[in-house]
Structure formats: structure tokens, C-alpha cells
Design a protein around this ligand. Sequence first.
Ligand SMILES: [Zn+2]
Length: 255
Amino acid sequence: MLRDDALAIVDTQYPQTADATTAAFESHAEKSSTPLIDLLINTHHHGDHTGGNAKLLDRSNRSVAHAECVRLQRVTAEDGATPATAATTFDDAWSTDLADETISLNHDGPAHTGGDATIFFENANVVHTGDLVFNRVIPFIDVDGGALVENWITTLETLHDRYDDDTLFIFGHGHPDHGLTGSRAGLHRMRDYLTALDEFVRAKRANGVTVEEMKKETNLPGFEAYSSEDWPLPLAQNLEAVYREQTGDTPATAS
Ligand SMILES: [Zn+2]
């Protein structure tokens, strides 16, 4: 969110992109207040969303993330490094006013990770979903980071009903042909993928198929277009993640 008198950013991408991010905002001549960023928000702990924190937090007045996002940043940091984390954490909901906007964060339980936040810009009627939506591509399901597909499905229903047909959604990742924004119909598409995935694994298990055999599948029936040559994430990761969830093979620290 960029106004003449206010700047809020959602996620920080990578360390290598942080300078370009600040340069882009510094060039916005009207934004003269210090620090550069009024509010920095992390949607979850993954490196492609928090990697630029170290540089951008220095330029931020306030910062906020879910408590589990910060904890997961610490436990997944390499070589005992101290990661740059948001100064403020929340558990269920958090809200603030900035310029003419009200910005509300919600955590509806574990989904893509254990510490997901969705960000609602109330007056603009814009929601950033973080990685709760991979727009028509194979998602990443971070079981070791507290992901829970069962609740992810429920959360997508909740979000669909919380907002309206005019709400613009910003998705965490997307197929190049379909982009990173869309209506709330995108939430139901993501729900349908996860539901089909869950049912596919359940049916295979009922037929005695092992997880190793299951992981040879490269297409989920009905969602063949989600597996594309240009997309790096394989269906096998999703199948193993759901298999682990259904069989209870998940980290005890996930809660
Ligand atoms: Zn992610």
C-alpha cells in the first residue's frame, strides 16, 4: 500500500531484491517521512517472503507477523543465525489504522504453514492471502512448518465467506497465464485442489498403495494443468505431505 503519506509492505522477498525494493519506494518523491516504511508485514516465515527482512526492517517504523511465523523463522534459520523478525506478533487478529486505511491481519489456524496471516486493506477492499493461494499451480505444503491441509481447506471457505465479490485478492504464487490476483473464486479453486488431493491420497491408501508408489503420480486427476514444465514444485511433495497428515506423521512441535 503506497500513499503520499504512508507506505505499508507485505513480505520482503529475498535478500538480493531488498535494495531494489527500497530504491523503488525511495523514488516515490512524495513519500518524504522517515523511516521509509510505516508498516512491514510478513505473511509467513518462508525465505521467499522474509528474506529481505534484514534490510527492510531497518527502514521500517513498525513490523508485525504471526507469533508462529517468528518462531519458525528462528527454528529454520541456517547455522544458528539470528533471523530478522517482526517486532510485533499476534495470535488471532491484529489491526491498525494507517493514513486513510485500516489494515487487519487474521490467522485462521495452520494451513500453508503454522503461522500464516492474511492481510485485509479494508477501504481498498484488497486481501493479501500470502501463500494460502497458489493460483492454479502445484502448491508447497510445509508439513514440517506446521501445515495442515484439513484446516487449510476450512480456512479458504472462511475467507471466501468473510469477503465479497468485489474484493481483490493477491495470491502468493500463480501460473504465469493466470497471474497473482483474482476474485474470491480463486479461493474456492484452491480449496477444490486441496480437497481432491486429500481424497486422492485417502483412496490410494484404502487400496493399499504405498506412499512411494503414490509419489510416482505426476498429475492429480482433474488438475493436470497445475503440473506444468515451467513450474518447479512437483505433485509428489503434495502427496507425501497429505499422506503424512492423514497418517499422523507430523512434527509434535507443530501446534
Ligand atoms: Zn510459502
